[in-house]
Design a protein around this ligand. Structure first.
Ligand SMILES: [Ca+2]
Ligand SMILES: [Ca+2]
Ligand SMILES: [Fe+2]
Length: 395
């Protein structure tokens, strides 16, 4: 019996979900009376890596044992061989391959443009925009393969939405819940949209930057969400802690709809990280229609790195000239950003890649947890190991 299991979706048959399929194999080789080798090659979305192991047991024992795992990566052309040993001779055995590709896709909002002419004004019209976008064939193919975690930004309601839970919000919210929120993790606070989740040893907190936004009181998150974020930061024992914001933390765009318009609240979050010495915090963002990597110095002597993605399907814009915290700026072409967290290493490593539409790697930033936190970097004048790659990448 051969079946394949993904971490996220379990499929019978030769395919599995979670962004990967076995493109070749499994091939069974080197069989002996006490063991066997099983080879496989994974396809999917390079340059992600996967781990492959085998679960096996005697016929009649459904639990069985798990072999040690091997890594399938670009370096080995995504091939690997797992070895099953120590079997009882003269006995029938079963095995299953366990392909563990902990891949998730984050959607940081503007997944519809409800305000595009003619703007949606009723719940049914908001629903229609989701139907339109979610029917796109490439979108459907991608969503089928990779587990997604989503949140909204302004265009699920109206451009630069900051009018709280009034008017259009009341029509947009139920449509968002039907099409998006229902397949997100349970919200952090019942009835809210913001949530946290864990993948391996990486924690994520996904912010709702629209529901409680109120420029008159200088808040983007509202007081409850801010406290929830802080208590999550304080409680998380994960090696890396990603704070996911639909809008940029960087002030490069000088756009009041981003955190640029909410400097005090941004400062409160950054201060909380610094004051409490919270390790491994990484910022994610989108919205600007261009890609950038930033290194925030406002938490000195620590750094906060921000990785900001380009749109998946919308138009790509020209970025403004870089500032001193900008370490990579994409040109006006589409690219995607992959983040590979390896918490089996010590110190744990984070590889951030900018990859263009053809799969060509434009930029690689290799960080460790120490690079993010180590005050010595500050003393070194911002130069330490791989981080020096930053300086060569600034246009
Ligand atoms: Ca906007
Ligand atoms: Ca937006
Ligand atoms: Fe947008």
């Amino acid at each position: 019996m051969i079946s394949l299991l993904g971490v996220w979706v379990i499929c019978a048959g030769p395919l599995l979900a979670a962004g990967a399929t076995l493109s070749h194999g499994p091939m069974v080789g080197a069989v002996s009376d006490v063991g066997v080798k099983i080879w496989a090659r994974v396809g999917g979305v390079p340059p992600l890596t996967y781990s492959l192991a085998a679960q096996y047991g005697e016929v009649g024992d459904p639990t069985g044992s798990t072999s040690s795992s091997v890594t399938l990566s670009e370096e080995g052309d995504f091939t690997g061989t797992v070895e099953i040993a120590g079997l009882e001779s003269g006995t029938d055995h079963w095995f299953e391959l366990l392909l563990n590709d902990v891949v998730v896709l984050l959607h940081l909002g503007d997944s519809i443009y409800a305000d595009r002419e003619p703007p949606a004004t009723s719940r049914a019209e908001f629903e229609a925009r989701y139907k339109l976008n979610f029917d796109e064939s490439n979108w459907r193919a991608l969503m089928r393969e990779i587990p997604s975690f989503m949140i909204w930004d302004d265009h699920e309601i109206e451009n630069n939405w900051d009018e709280g839970q009034t008017g259009l919000y009341l029509e947009a919210r139920p449509a968002f819940e039907e099409y998006v929120a229902g397949h997100n993790p349970e919200p952090r606070v019942p009835g809210q949209l913001y949530y946290d989740f864990t993948v391996g040893e990486v924690d994520f907190f996904v912010l709702d930057t629209r529901t409680f936004r109120d420029p008159s009181t200088a808040t983007m998150l509202g007081s409850t969400q801010l406290v929830e974020l802080q208590s999550w930061l304080a409680a998380s024992t994960a090696v890396f802690k990603f704070i996911v914001s639909s809008v940029q933390w960087s002030t490069l765009s000088q756009n009041a709809d981003t955190w640029f318009g909410f400097p005090a609240e941004r400062g409160e979050i950054f201060d909380f990280v610094r004051t409490n010495g919270i390790r491994g915090v990484v910022l994610l963002s989108g919205d600007r229609h261009w890609m950038a990597l930033f290194r925030h110095e406002a938490v000195a002597p620590y750094f906060l790195y921000e990785f900001s993605s380009s749109p998946l399907g919308a138009l790509v814009d020209e970025a403004p000239p870089p500032d001193s915290e900008t370490s990579f700026l994409g040109d006006a072409s589409r690219a995607f950003l992959t983040i590979d967290a390896d918490t089996t290493l010590s110190p744990a490593a984070l590889d951030v890649r900018v990859v263009d539409e053809t799969g060509t790697e434009l930029f690689l930033l290799s960080l460790t947890e120490d690079d993010i936190f180590d005050a010595a970097i500050f003393a070194d004048g911002f130069e330490s190991g791989d981080v020096s790659a930053w300086s060569t990448a600034v246009p």
